[in-house]
Design a protein around this ligand. Structure first.
Ligand code: NAP
Length: 279
């Protein structure tokens, strides 16, 4: 008789495109964990009830993706400090005391990919983050913890960038601006955290913001990252990278929270690159 298997999954809408079942299936096999992982398409109006049903029915953990990351803050019974600061949750975990903990592993995933996989230095460097949505909110605290010289946040709606810069000013030097006011001095690292690439758009930043030493990183991956990565390469940056590594690293952080073991990420990143192709 086979032992019961712990159930995990991802709630999103839409979710059919999600790589999370592939990633967590890979992690589970590699670490010998007895668990299942499924994608669930959950409409916003059903979100809270479906989370309760999942954990009430014996589920152990969930990843939360668009558009539910903010709603999940209310659904969690307890928050980690980084989830509270981000005001967004991408991981729910049933703890031993039956309390559902909300965490946000996006920022840790990005920092792992930038620092460990890509060997990019953040400390004392000038960073430009494009976009002021949920993803930017999730990554700011872990990035500021590495003590960059400055993080300029630029957004189509400048007020949202200004508000985020103010909200994180206690953690480091931040500035919020519209795209036109980014300035003409090249940044060391430009992180695209907008969803502009999805429609093939490039945030209209001044040409001087990108120089021959600039590294460009798009949080999006696969086809969605193509417009920004190609634009950055054609503009003469040192290196332009899609966000597949962040995707796998944030998943590894969730897996560690659930199972107490951190899986190796390099084989999964390589497998996913094969699947989506380089951009
Ligand atoms: P979001 O909360 O909806 O925010 C979207 C942001 O993009 C806003 O700042 C918005 O500006 C801006 N924007 C949208 N269309 C634009 C356009 N045409 N031109 C300029 N700016 C535009 O989305 P999010 O959750 O932050 O996600 C952003 C991106 O990060 C998505 O591509 C997502 O897939 C990716 N992501 C990747 C990972 C990973 O693991 N690799 C994790 C999280 C997110 P306004 O404020 O002016 O509307």
């Amino acid at each position: 008789m086979s032992a019961a298997v712990d159930e995990y999954g991802v709630f999103g809408h839409p979710v059919a495109h999600s790589f999370s079942p592939f990633i967590h299936g890979f992690f589970a096999r590699a670490t010998g964990q007895q668990m299942s992982y499924r994608a669930y398409d959950v409409a916003p109006e059903e979100f809270s009830a479906r989370v309760k049903d999942f954990f009430g029915g014996g589920g152990r953990g969930l990843n939360i993706t668009l558009p539910h990351k903010i709603a999940a803050v209310e659904t969690a019974q307890e928050l980690t400090a980084r989830a509270a600061h981000a005001a967004a949750v991408n991981t729910l975990a049933l703890q031993d005391d039956n309390v559902v903990l909300g965490d946000n592993t996006d920022g840790a995933g990005l920092v792992r990919d930038l620092c460990d996989n890509l060997r990019i230095v953040i400390t004392q460097r000038r960073l430009l983050v494009l976009g002021a949505g949920g993803a930017t909110r999730g990554v700011l605290a872990p990035i500021l913890a590495l003590e960059p010289a400055i993080v300029v946040i630029a957004n189509r709606t400048p007020e949202r960038a200004e508000a985020l810069a103010a909200a994180f000013a206690d953690l480091g030097v931040t500035q919020g601006v519209g795209f036109a006011h980014v300035g003409d001095t090249p940044f060391d690292l430009i992180i695209n955290a907008t969803s502009a690439s999805l429609s093939g758009d490039i945030p209209p930043i001044p040409a001087g913001a990108l120089g021959p030493e600039t590294v460009c990183y798009d949080l999006a991956y696969g086809r969605s990252a193509m417009a920004f990565v190609r634009w950055a390469k054609h503009s003469g940056c040192r290196r332009a990278v899609q966000g597949l590594g962040m995707l796998v690293e944030q998943a590894a952080e969730s897996f560690r929270l659930w199972r107490g073991v951190r899986p190796e990420t390099a084989p999964v990143i390589a497998a996913l690159k094969e699947r989506v192709g380089s951009v």
